[in-house]
Design a binder for this molecule. Structure first.
Ligand code: ADP
Ligand code: MG
Length: 402
């Protein structure tokens, strides 16, 4: 049994240092936080801790500094944004390992938060070095795992540390994510899934995991091009994953009657040229000199129809090259259909970094049941049913401190 924050008794909380692994891997513009979504996602847990008179000590990574300090990836800009959002003092200490960090954790006053510098400034973080994990463990009196987007990595601050601190519990964000994603293991039916994005090979474990369970699979994006080619359609200059043609055929052999492929597509002659011609063709009429970049209006309508009245809907992977507004209509149409279904009682979950960004761009983040904050972590959990960072919370008996 993995415990959550709310399982801890009051006397395990008041005055204690809560060592919280958060996911503050935010996009930066220079030294400014460009998007605070991930900081906002940590607020329920942090507010809960402050309300229960805990003293939160926060560990996070940011970017890929490669195990050495690099001011470009400093977490310092996050401290002021967090302070503003939380309406609390946020102290910042650099580095996250050493005497200064340890002292700061002990000296942290009630009502304040301590944010430590980027864990990936230390080589031991990604190597899951036990020495570093043990020193991380000394920064708190109990451990809260709330960095959902990082739980598919067994690093010192996400996994190793749990051997050296007790108790270890899930934070509210991780709890909410696991609850939503676990619902898809035995989903209300009919269960419809939407798959898009670039590559079948990237998503094959996920597709296999859902192939047996899904009543209907809506396919779009470049992934659909690969399926269409495998069926013998000519795909012109579309992005096709040649190496995955056999994989596509085998999926169609196993679940062909449940797989829906586009019937019309938006094509263009030059993706990079904003003035290039953009038009819609039937799947059997992709010109040799054009590339399919989105699902067409008939496909959008058919997919929306399939989603009507379904019990659950899971979606990963944009229906087209949505980063370009001209090719975003199919993706937005699916997002609107998901919002409409949610409104009528369908349980809708969006997973994947680009998919979440597309739903955000469509302004529909709050109109679906759950948008996962963890791209890779969500997909791994759905594929394999477990995450290293969650398994680490299971270990019952920590090694005694030396
Ligand atoms: P997620 O991050 O949600 O898991 P992916 O990373 O698998 O999604 O896929 C997103 C990428 O797929 C986007 O960069 C998008 O531009 C690309 N893509 C989708 N459809 C096409 C297409 N028809 N041609 C080229 N690229 C596409
Ligand atoms: Mg992606």
């Amino acid at each position: 049994m993995i415990r959550t924050l709310r399982d801890l008794p009051a006397d395990a909380l008041a005055g204690r240092r809560a060592l919280v692994r958060v996911d503050f891997n935010v996009p930066l513009a220079g030294s400014e936080v460009a998007d605070a979504t991930r900081i906002e996602a940590s607020l329920p847990t942090l507010r809960w801790l402050l309300e229960h008179e805990c003293r939160p000590v926060l560990l996070s990574h940011l970017g890929r500094p490669g195990g050495e300090p690099n001011p470009v990836f400093s977490l310092e800009p996050v401290a002021s944004v967090l302070s503003e959002l939380l309406q609390a003092e946020v102290r910042f200490v650099d580095p996250c390992d050493g005497e200064e960090a340890r002292l700061a954790s002990h000296e942290l006053p009630m009502g304040s938060v301590l944010l430590l510098q980027n864990t990936r400034f230390l080589a031991g973080e990604t190597a899951n070095d036990p020495g570093l994990a043990e020193r991380f463990g000394a920064l708190g009196d109990f451990y809260v795992s709330d960095a959902f987007g990082t739980l598919h990595r067994a690093h010192a601050s996400t996994a190793g540390v749990t051997k050296f601190i007790e108790p270890c519990v899930m934070g509210l964000l991780v709890e909410r994510e696991l609850e939503a994603l676990s619902t898809l293991k035995d989903p209300p039916r009919p269960f419809v899934v939407g798959f898009g994005g670039a590559k079948i090979s990237d998503k094959i474990d996920l597709m296999n995991a859902f192939l047996g369970a899904a009543d209907c699979m809506l396919v779009g994006g470049a992934m659909a091009n690969t399926f269409l080619r495998a069926q013998g359609f000519s795909t012109g200059r579309s992005l096709v994953e040649e190496e995955a043609l056999d994989l596509a055929s085998s999926i169609l052999d196993r679940a062909g009657d449940r797989v829906r492929l586009p019937i019309d597509l938006v094509v263009t002659t030059d993706i990079g040229d904003p003035a290039s011609r953009v038009w819609t063709v039937g799947v059997d009429a992709i010109p040799d000199d054009a590339a399919a970049v989105d699902i067409g209006p008939e496909t959008q309508a058919r997919y929306a129809e399939e989603m009507e009245g379904c019990g659950a809907f899971f979606w990963n992977g944009p229906m087209g090259l949505f980063e370009d507004e001209r090719f975003a209509q199919g993706t937005f149409a699916l997002a609107r259909a998901a919002a409409k279904a949610t409104d009528r009682g369908t349980f809708t979950v969006i997973g994947g970094g680009d998919s979440a960004a597309a739903v955000r761009a469509a302004g529909l983040m709050d109109a679906v049941s759950h948008v996962s904050t963890g791209g890779g972590a969500a997909l791994e959990f759905l594929s394999s049913g477990q995450l290293p960072g969650i398994e680490a919370l299971r270990s019952e008996s920590p090694e005694p401190p030396k």
